[in-house]
Write a protein that binds this ligand. Structure first.
Ligand code: ADP
Ligand code: MG
Length: 329
């Protein structure tokens, strides 16, 4: 009798053991969206993973300035459009962030980005008059109800914030589904959720701007965090010995030339982190440090064009495997 009763008990224990093992093993998916390779890895079931991937693809279709079926494309084509909830909210946030960064981050740079040939790869150095007469600035964007209207010539580009927003949406969605641990890596944007079941740290590399396939430093931490890097090495072209990259200084209308090769932002919100990384790259280190002292909601790692690394006081504890100088409050 006793022996027979033991068997179901053993089977039950075995299945509990196997289930807990399964939760300790992540499931992972790689996709190509927003013009970059992305990975989503979760400690949860396949269904949640699929939902997260669908969310990224949905946002890609909605926010892209080049996809002819996107809401942003329609807005840029016609100058006015009724936007879905996400797009409206993100564009409003982008305009807010443009103001708080003194215009260094500017979602209306699209006419400039187009003149430089970045969206279609038809790279060229634009005519100086064409650059100066392009209509840019968030004062050309008007919000009313759920409709956005742009002044003649004004066009929106959410490329400097879209991946960070998608990462944040993905993490929010996973958390809502009860997933406790996840990491999404969307191009230069990494965002983590929670602590790994085996308590090992998250380790995120910062690319060496001179040799991007190599890490120049690593960030090591335990919990939820968004880490976003903007670098001149991410997209550029060369003409007559000069390199022109994809982050435009709205003030000069030329690729930002601030002495930085990359900026990595650490922040608890992915959307903010993405806009800040672009903005800080444009500002350069001196103005960027002033901005950091004022805003108090992020930390940063600056890499200069001569490959020196500077970390804000709060980023110091995260950095390893490199030599760096600390920027104090
Ligand atoms: P990446 O997209 O390579 O991760 P960023 O987040 O810095 O890098 O975004 C750069 C993209 O944002 C550019 O490709 C362009 O579409 C757009 N952009 C360029 N300059 C600015 C700017 N000053 N403010 C906002 N968006 C910008
Ligand atoms: Mg950005």
């Amino acid at each position: 009798m006793k022996k027979i009763a033991l068997l179901p008990l053993l089977l039950l224990l075995l299945s509990v053991f196997l289930t807990s093992c399964a939760q300790n093993e992540p499931v992972e998916c790689e996709i190509f969206a927003m013009d970059t390779l992305m990975t989503v890895k979760i400690w949860g079931d396949e269904r949640c993973l699929t939902q997260a991937v669908n969310e990224i693809n949905r946002l890609d279709r909605t926010l892209s300035a080049v996809n002819e079926n996107s809401e942003i494309f329609a807005l840029n084509e016609t100058g006015t459009a009724q936007l879905g909830e996400d797009t409206y909210a993100l564009l409003s946030r982008a305009v807010e962030l443009s103001k708080s960064t003194g215009g260094a981050f500017d979602p209306t740079v699209y006419p400039l980005v187009k003149l430089w040939g970045f969206p279609d790869g038809n790279y060229r150095v634009p005519d100086a008059d064409a650059l100066q007469s392009a209509v840019i600035g968030t004062e050309h964007v008007r919000f009313g109800g759920d409709t956005v209207t742009l002044d003649e010539g004004c066009m929106i580009d959410l490329g400097g914030i879209g991946k960070g927003y998608a990462a944040q949406c993905c993490i929010d969605l996973l958390a809502e589904q009860g997933v406790e641990t996840a990491i999404v890596s969307l191009g230069g944007n990494v965002q983590t959720l929670g602590i790994k079941p085996n308590r090992s740290s998250w380790v995120v590399g910062i690319a060496d701007p001179q040799e991007p396939s190599r890490a120049i430093a690593t960030l090591v931490f335990q919990d939820s965090l968004a880490i976003v890097t903007s670098g001149s090495y991410q997209r550029y072209f060369e003409l007559d010995g000069t390199t022109y990259h994809h982050i435009i200084d709205p003030e000069t209308r030329y690729p930002a030339d601030s002495g930085l090769a990359s900026v990595t932002v650490l922040c608890d919100n992915g959307t903010t982190a993405d806009a800040y990384s672009t903005a800080l790259f444009v500002m350069g280190m001196e103005d960027g440090i002033e901005f950091w002292r004022r805003e108090q909601d992020f930390e940063a790692v600056f890499i200069t064009t001569d490959n020196r690394i500077f970390a804000t006081e709060g980023a110091e504890d995260y950095l390893s495997e490199c030599e760096f100088e600390v920027i104090s409050r």
